[in-house]
Design a protein around this ligand. Structure first.
Ligand code: PSZ
Length: 518
């Protein structure tokens, strides 16, 4: 009964959100909110919904089993070429995708709450992005990819300043572009290590250092380390793998650096019922961090930097409180280490803040903030004092991709124009309320509903149930991601509105009902 009451209150709160949306846009047209699937059960909402992406579809449409026959055929074809196609979920007809809807080659139209592993900022084929690509004035930048370290275009400095620095974390006045999240982390960490060594050395490198470093020996290659956290994901290159501790598949068979790690808090939910336990859990983890820092100093293996995700994403959507991050920043300051925050997945508004770390209200920003995914361009912001101390210390052929910055410029305009941070907050609230109601309704199947903005997740009873949920819900027209060992996660784009949340929750509800009777 309690569950039903909560569900009703969610529904009424949801209609409040919708009617407010209608108020904002008097010219909004009446739209239906269909409840998907073969056989077409269609629900109609009386609310007037303004679609943030013009002409977006009204709902999912499932024509075949998902994955369908064409997708299965193409998986075989791809696998014959690369022998690595086992992860492919759908082949996509990108011409037909729009807004929150992904259309596959079998003609199935799925509401996409995963948005290409959390990397689509304003939906598929948003007109603002299409316009940038169609503009003939941008053509030469699109077809000539520069080696940015040596031959950038004349517009590059102003693009960095106007686009990337316009959303820079407060106090981080410098930015370095890169090509993906992993290589951004890799170079941010390298830059932090160089800074730390330079600070310790206090002058130019010695001849002995120059000679020893090229064969990977001390003193040129110092035994300094970077601390990371259990459950983390920072990328899959040789360097970043040492910092990644989520799943065996990432690290199996790869030699690794002997660098320290500490536990990341494992919070109990609902948070308000477990305040004391959760604080004790965070203190336990902080103690491990301090022990590692002290051990490093005592053994000459200084912890030069620490890297952490605001919410551990791949590792299972693990959250910690602002207190935890405040303490980490303090510890880094105390030990003279660089505090690096990996916002590759949390950045760009999805949590209801432009950068997730803003929710912690730190006395000052982290020393470095890494981005990619929804930002379209990869890279990292850093405080002036962490700048490289000479040419070619952070360098490669492309060092980024200027057209991605043009896209980001258009994305940021839309984020502002359509107030998408507020949309992420509102949709996030509806989503979390709905997940909590489902958890009350299916207590044997679901637990630990959690989220910040639309960056949300819920745990399934076991890994097998997670697999079932993701498979069945897809066949009801909604694509949902997974993370950790048994979580369903939501990573929609920023144009994911409350009426999309309704569709996703209805599909999840009906999926859980199916599983309950199995
Ligand atoms: O399996 C994989 O390699 C995956 S699945 C999702 C990711 C990687 N996420 C990428 C990611 C991230 O979530 C965080 C917090 N930091 C770094 C990365 C690496 O970014 P990419 O994949 O762009 O190199």
């Amino acid at each position: 009964m309690a569950g039903v009451m909560q569900w009703l209150s969610v529904a009424s709160r949801r209609s409040l959100v919708l009617s407010r949306t209608a108020e904002w846009n008097a010219s909004g047209t009446l739209k239906t909110v269909p409840l998907l699937t073969r056989g077409a059960h269609v629900e109609t909402s009386s609310a007037r919904i303004e679609k943030l992406v013009p002409n977006e579809y009204d709902g999912p449409l499932v024509k075949t089993e998902v994955p369908g026959p064409k997708t299965k055929e193409l998986i075989k074809e791809l696998d014959a070429v690369n022998k690595n196609a086992a992860t492919v979920q759908s082949f996509v007809d990108y011409d037909k995708c729009l807004g929150n809807y992904m259309v596959d080659v079998d003609g199935n139209r799925l509401l996409d709450t995963f948005a290409q592993i959390s990397s689509i900022p304003i939906g598929y084929n948003h007109p603002a992005i299409i316009d940038v690509m169609k503009d003939p004035a941008n053509l030469s930048l699109l077809v000539n990819r520069p080696a940015l370290g040596v031959f950038p275009s004349g517009s590059f400095p102003s693009t960095l300043a106007n686009v990337l620095l316009s959303v820079a974390p407060k106090g981080l006045s410098r930015v370095q572009t890169m090509m993906c999240g992993t290589c951004s982390n890799e170079n941010a960490v390298k830059q932090a290590l160089m800074w730390y060594r330079g600070k310790k050395r206090g002058g130019p490198p010695t001849q002995e250092e120059l000679e020893s470093c090229v064969i990977g020996k001390e003193p040129g290659c110092p035994p300094y380390t970077v601390l990371s956290f259990k459950g983390s994901f920072h990328g899959r290159t040789l360097g970043c793998l040492t910092l990644t501790h989520s799943k065996p598949i990432f690290r199996l068979d790869i030699p690794s650096m002997d660098w320290p790690y500490a536990s990341f808090p494992r919070m109990k939910y609902p948070l308000e019922d477990f305040e004391a336990e959760n604080r004790a859990e965070e203190d336990r983890c902080l103690k491990e961090v301090v022990e590692q820092m002290e051990k490093g100093l005592a053994t000459g293996r200084d912890v030069a930097a620490m890297i952490i995700e605001p919410i551990q994403a791949e590792g299972g959507d693990n959250h910690a409180s602002p207190y935890f991050f405040h303490q980490l920043q303090k510890i880094c300051k105390q030990f003279g280490s660089v505090f690096i925050v990996d916002e590759v997945q949390t950045g760009c508004c999805t949590t209801g803040h432009f950068w997730a770390y803003e929710s912690w209200n730190l006395p000052e920003a982290p020393d470095m903030v890494v981005f990619s995914k929804k930002m379209q361009a990869g890279g990292y912001y850093f405080k002036d004092e962490f700048a490289v101390d000479g040419p070619s210390r952070v360098f490669n052929t492309w060092m980024g991709d200027p057209p991605k910055l043009m896209l980001l410029g258009a994305v940021l305009d839309i984020i502002k124009r359509d107030n998408l941070i507020t949309v992420a907050r509102e949709s996030g609230q509806v989503l979390l309320d709905g997940l909590k109601s489902l958890q009350d309704k299916y207590p044997d199947l679901l637990s630990r509903a959690r989220g910040m903005g639309t960056f949300a997740a819920i745990d399934c009873k076991d890994p097998d149930t997670m697999g079932k949920v993701s498979r069945i819900v897809k066949n009801k027209g909604v694509f949902m991601g997974t993370c950790g060992t048994q979580s369903i996660r939501f990573r929609p784009s920023l144009v994911f509105q409350p009426h999309h949340v309704d569709i996703a929750l209805d599909a999840l509800d009906s999926t859980l009902a199916d599983i309950s009777v199995q």
